[in-house]
Design a protein around this ligand. Structure first.
Ligand code: ASP
Ligand code: MG
Length: 440
C-alpha cells in the first residue's frame, strides 16, 4: 500500500482535482490519499478566526461569505451530474452553516482549531463526491478518527498505527482511501492540527503507521532543488537525498517539505518521493536511508531568525554555564537552532521569538545580553560535506564581502550553517550558486 499526498495548489482548482483523480488511478496499488485544503483556504480560515478573536463579527461574516462564494463556484466546475452537484452543495452548506454558527459563539482556542479544520474537511469530502461521480470506488477515511496528538502536540504513532489498522481492516478489499492532512485530535479529544503546512507530516505519519511502500508528496515543483528557485535564476531538482540531508534542508528553509515530516518515514524506513502534479512523469526527488552521493547537494535559507549573545567573564573556566542558559530556553519551550561559543560568550539562534522578552530578562543575571533580529540562516547541505576537500575555502571564497555573524560546522557531517543579516540573503544565495554549483 502506498501514500499519496496532494498539496493545496494540486487541489486548488476543479481541473487540478480532476488531474489528481487521474494520478491516483494510474496504477493498481492500494493507496491512502491525503489532501490539503484548497490553496488559500487555510489562510482565509486563519483570517476568519482572527476577526472573531478581535470580536469583529461583521468582518468575519463577510470573510465567510466570500469563502463560501468561492466554494459555490468551485463545485460548479468540479462536478456536472445533478446528483453530484446536490451532494457537493450539501457539503458546502453543512460546513458554512457550521462557520456561521460559530459567529454566534464566544471565541476560544478550541473553536479556532475547529475553524481551521474546515478546509481539509471540505477538500476531501468534495473530492469524494467527484470520485463517486466518476465511478471510482473509494472509502472516506476521517483523520479525526485516527490522527491523535499528545499534551505536547506530538503525534502518537503507536495509537495512530492501531486505529488506522482497525479502520483499514473494515474495508480490506478497498483499493483507495481518501483522508485529510493537517487535522488531528488532541489529548482533550478536541479538534486540533499539526501546524501550518502539516499535511506532509500527516502523510509521513500515515505512511509510517501502515508501513507503506512509498510516501509520495505531490506538489507543483519537480522536487527538492539545489537552491531557492524564487531567489536564484538557475536551479535543478536533486535526484536523490538521504533522510538526514532532506531533514536538514527542510528544517533550514526548503519550503517543499514540512521539516517534521522526515522522522516518521525515516524511523519506519519508508522512502519518500517528491513529485510534481504538473509533470507527473518527471523523476522528482527520492529520499531514502542512503545518500545518492557525497559532497554539496543544496543550499537553503531560513528567515525570521533572532540571534542572542550572552557575554560574561563568569563563563571563563566555569562549568554548568551552558546548562543554565539552555534551561531558560527549555522553560519557554523555545528551540535553539545554532550555537557558537567562545571562552567568554555564547551566541545562539531561535526562530520563535514569542517569549523573547521573557528569555532575555531571565538571561540577564548571566551577563550582557545582545539581541539581533531579522537574521537568516543559510545552510549548505550534503552527505559527508564536512569531509569534502577545500569545502570551507570554496565556501568563504564564494561569499567574500558578506558579513557573516555566526558559523556552525561539525555539528553534523552533512551541514554547514551560516548566520547572516536578512538583507544579505539574496546575494549570499546567488554567490553560493556560482561558487558551489557553477551556476549564475
Ligand atoms: N492546509 C494547511 C495549511 O495551509 C496544511 C497544509 O496544507 O499542509 O497550512
Ligand atoms: Mg506544503
Amino acid at each position: 500500500m502506498k501514500v499519496m499526498k496532494f498539496g493545496g495548489t494540486s487541489v486548488g482548482k476543479p481541473e487540478r482535482m480532476h488531474e489528481v483523480a487521474k494520478l491516483i488511478t494510474r496504477d493498481g496499488e492500494a493507496k491512502v490519499v491525503v489532501l490539503s485544503a484548497l490553496s488559500g483556504t487555510t489562510n482565509a480560515l486563519v483570517e476568519i478566526g482572527d476577526s472573531l478573536s478581535r470580536n469583529s463579527r461583521r468582518e468575519a461574516f463577510e470573510q465567510i461569505e466570500n469563502l463560501e462564494a468561492h466554494y459555490r463556484n468551485f463545485i460548479g466546475a468540479l462536478v456536472t451530474s445533478p446528483d453530484a452537484l446536490a451532494a457537493a452543495a450539501a457539503i458546502v452548506t453543512e460546513h458554512f452553516e457550521f462557520l456561521n454558527i460559530i459567529l454566534k459563539i464566544s471565541f476560544s482556542e478550541a473553536l479556532y482549531k475547529d475553524i481551521l479544520a474546515q478546509g481539509e474537511l471540505l477538500s476531501t469530502k468534495l473530492f469524494c463526491v467527484y470520485l463517486r461521480e466518476q465511478g471510482i470506488s473509494h472509502e472516506y477515511l476521517p483523520a479525526l478518527e485516527f490522527m491523535t496528538i499528545d499534551n505536547y502536540d506530538e503525534p502518537q504513532i503507536g495509537s495512530i498505527r492501531v486505529r488506522l489498522a482497525q479502520l483499514l481492516k473494515k474495508h480490506s478489499d478497498c483499493p483507495l482511501f481518501i483522508t485529510q492532512g493537517y487535522i488531528s485530535r488532541n489529548s482533550r479529544g478536541e479538534v486540533d492540527n499539526l501546524k501550518r503546512g502539516g499535511s506532509d507530516y500527516s502523510a509521513s505519519l500515515i505512511a509510517a503507521a501502515i508501513n507503506a511502500t512509498v510516501c509520495e508528496i505531490w506538489t507543483d515543483i519537480d522536487g527538492m532543488h539545489n537552491n531557492d528557485p524564487r531567489v536564484v535564476g538557475k536551479t535543478f531538482a536533486i535526484e536523490q537525498l538521504s533522510f538526514e540531508e532532506a531533514a536538514e534542508l527542510a528544517y533550514f528553509g526548503a519550503k517543499i517539505l514540512h521539516p517534521a515530516s522526515i522522522w516518521p518515514a525515516q524511523h519506519y524506513n519508508v522512502p519518500v518521493r517528491l513529485l510534481n502534479t504538473m509533470q507527473p512523469d518527471a523523476k522528482g526527488t527520492l529520499i531514502t536511508e542512503v545518500a545518492g552521493s557525497e559532497g554539496v547537494k543544496a543550499v537553503a535559507a531560513k528567515d525570521g531568525i533572532t540571534a542572542i549573545k550572552i557575554k560574561s567573564s563568569r563563563m571563563l573556566l566555569a562549568y554548568g554555564f551552558l546548562h543554565k542558559i539552555f534551561e531558560v530556553f527549555e522553560k519557554y519551550r523555545t528551540s535553539i537552532d545554532m550555537v557558537t561559543t567562545s571562552e567568554v560568550a555564547v551566541s545562539l539562534t531561535i526562530d520563535n521569538d514569542m517569549y523573547l522578552k521573557e528569555i532575555a530578562r531571565e538571561l540577564e543575571p548571566f551577563g550582557t545580553v545582545e539581541i539581533d533580529t531579522n537574521q537568516t540562516i543559510v545552510s549548505i547541505v550534503g552527505n559527508e560535506i564536512t569531509a569534502t576537500p577545500n569545502l570551507l575555502n570554496k565556501l568563504f571564497d564564494a561569499i567574500t564581502g558578506i558579513p557573516v555573524r555566526m558559523v556552525s560546522y561539525g555539528g553534523s557531517r552533512h551541514n554547514v550553517s551560516l548566520l547572516i543579516p536578512r538583507a544579505h540573503k539574496e546575494d549570499t544565495l546567488r554567490l553560493l550558486n556560482k561558487g558551489l554549483f557553477g551556476l549564475d
